[in-house]
Design a protein around this ligand. Structure first.
Ligand code: M6R
Length: 587
């Protein structure tokens, strides 16, 4: 999704802006631009493409000045064209703005500004911010007031950063993250700490309705009502910036191969914090659980593992949550799962839950995220930076932690904590199948549709496996409960079909085997993920035998690898799938 960076200090701004934008590339974008101020003059360059490409053709990093802003845009309002790339300028070219989020009332604002004589150069919602700032600056002659008046007019979600040619850098946030990086004698403003972490580990996390104004003499904070406020500096962990591909060709492959270590880290929790978290669940009358995409699949698994521990939890997809929010009250708990902790659908669910008086718990990978900061208690999955857009190691870490929590509060244990070493070994064994899985991918790469079947705990893994195949390889894939096949989807099966079956030798084995025979007799090719050899499979991926309730943690790994190799076969870039963003901060 879009990324923001701003800099004011003694260094060459454009070099730092480009560096920051590159660090945030994993979030996904389609165009890039920067603006700097030099001797009171605003200079701007922007275009469609990746940071390196646009920099090569437009020499963004040669723009002079020690103050500037930069942006990578993920199109929402207006096509992917140069004119819609940020920064956007006010009419007199003395103010430039970069924005993340959506200004919902931009039509109305644009009409009003148009009537006052403003000219627009883009189709974006963001451009209205530059013109509003200009309008209010003309009236008040005061940057702080023009920021306050502008923020009050905006409806929707936003983090924006503006430069004024009078050498001032400003920012404001509402429902989109914005962080100040505090250097020795310089400041950064960014949507992600990775934007400045190479230069400083001292950060100020702005709250909703905060405005920051940085001029030559000081930095000051205000709320949208104009009251001066103070904000604390937090020391952030340097390791967050420590993300490179190592010996792997892609971040996604590296992150898949880290999972035998990361699942263990997720169970390494501060005892007191974990107890507090668990107590909120045990004290609640109703427990709801929410997430989006992969994190929603973790919620579906949580339902089953908590139910094995005799605890009822109700999963609700975050994008659908608002339609069920009435079910919550002050005796309820909402457990939100999110790798980034910034997903707009999740944040909206949490806010609705809070309005209903419910307590909010979260499981996140980024402890400084908006979600963690809004929660009554949160746990970190500790899996390190996940750069690949597809969630891989964060998924297994989320579910390992959910097993751990369920076991601590439940009447019956799934046995995850005792099985840590067994699981590490089992995941390692599956990772060693890497080249076999690559060869299976080569056999099935031409398929147009792939179905993934399984029952019980394996069903959410079918959904997750299908999501990985779709997003990485662009092949249509569908996860299904194996028993549902005969109720309709069987009509699709013929000798062109590829069906992957999650089929360990557990309580689901016999019923799923009958389904496999039904499919096989209609000509489909079967890929079996199982710990038991069987001739019914055309291709087998053999997984180790483990405690029945823990299979999801290992059986997702071959599906992630298969999706990765299918993307390579199809010449896609697995780290940056088309049209997708790592952190989905729009509804
Ligand atoms: O950061 P989150 O866990 O809240 O992200 C939720 C989804 O956007 C995310 O899991 C998405 O589905 C992944 N790209 C799937 O691989």
């Amino acid at each position: 999704m879009c990324s923001i960076i701003g800099y004011k200090g003694n260094e060459h701004a454009s070099t730092l802006l480009i560096e920051g934008l590159k660090k945030m590339e994993y979030r996904g974008y389609d165009s890039v631009g920067i603006a700097t101020i030099k001797s009171g003059k605003l200079l701007i360059r922007k275009g469609v493409g990746k940071v390196a490409e646009v920099n090569k053709s437009l020499r963004l990093d040669e723009l002079p000045g020690k103050l500037g802003i930069g942006h990578t845009r993920w199109a929402t309002h207006g096509g992917i064209v140069d004119s819609n790339a940020h920064p956007h300028l006010a009419c007199n070219s003395t103010i430039a703005v970069v924005h993340n989020g959506i200004i919902e009332n931009y039509h109305e604002l644009k009409d009003e500004l148009y009537r006052s004589g403003h000219k627009f150069n883009s189709e974006t919602d963001s451009e209205v911010i530059a013109h509003l700032l200009e309008e209010y600056f003309e009236i008040t002659g005061d940057i702080r007031l023009s920021m306050i008046f502008t923020c009050k007019r905006l409806v929707g979600s936003f983090a924006f950063v503006a430069v004024f040619n009078s050498s001032t850098l400003c920012g404001a946030r509402y429902d989109e993250p914005l962080i100040v990086g505090v250097g020795h004698d310089d400041y950064f403003l960014s949507s992600d700490i990775l934007g400045f972490l190479n230069h400083t580990d001292r950060a100020i996390f702005l709250d909703n309705r905060d405005i920051v104004v940085i001029n030559d003499s000081d930095i000051s904070f205000f709320n949208f009502d104009g009251d001066r406020i103070s904000r604390k500096i937090t020391q952030v962990a340097w390791e967050l910036g420590d993300a490179d591909k190592g010996k792997y060709s892609h971040y996604t492959l590296k992150e898949i191969h880290e999972q035998h270590q990361t699942i263990v880290k997720s169970m390494d929790q501060d005892k007191k914090n974990l107890e507090k978290f668990c107590k909120i669940i045990t004290d609640a009358k109703n427990v709801f659980i929410t997430g989006s995409g992969t994190s929603y699949h973790s919620a579906l698994i949580a339902k089953q593992i908590f139910s094995k521990s005799k605890i009822h939890v109700e999963p609700i997809m975050s994008s659908e949550f608002q339609y069920s929010a009435d079910l919550l009250d002050e005796n309820s708990v909402l457990l939100a799962i999110s790798q980034s902790g910034e997903t707009a659908d999740v944040m909206h669910s949490v806010k609705s839950a809070k309005e209903m008086g419910a307590k909010v718990l979260s499981i996140v990978n980024i402890p400084t995220s908006s979600l963690a900061r809004l929660s009554d208690s949160y746990l970190e999955v500790n899996c390190g930076p996940e750069i690949g857009v597809a969630a891989t190691k964060s998924f297994t870490s989320q579910i390992a932690l959910l097993y751990h929590v369920a076991d601590l509060i439940g009447k019956k244990s799934n046995g995850i904590f005792a099985s840590k070493d067994v699981l590490t070994k089992a995941i390692k064994q599956v990772l060693e199948l890497d080249s076999h899985i690559e060869s299976v991918a080569n056999q099935i790469k031409g398929s147009k549709d792939i179905y993934i079947l399984g029952r019980s705990l394996h069903f959410p893994i079918c959904l997750e496996g299908a999501l990985k195949i779709k997003e990485l390889s662009y092949i249509h894939a569908e996860g299904m409960a194996a028993g549902e096949l005969k109720h309709g989807p069987l009509a699709l099966i013929d000798n062109n079909s590829i069906v992957i079956v999650i089929h360990p030798n557990d309580s689901t084995y016999g019923d799923t085997l009958s389904n496999i025979h039904t499919i096989k007799s209609r000509g489909a090719k079967i890929v079996g993920i199982s710990n038991k050899k069987d001739e019914v499979y055309d291709y087998q991926i053999t997984i180790p035998t483990i405690n029945e309730s823990l299979y999801p943690l290992i059986e997702i790994v071959p599906l992630q690898l298969l999706a990765y190799y299918l993307s390579i076969c199809n010449n896609a870039n697995p780290d940056y799938p088309r049209n997708l963003a790592k952190s989905v901060t729009v509804k």
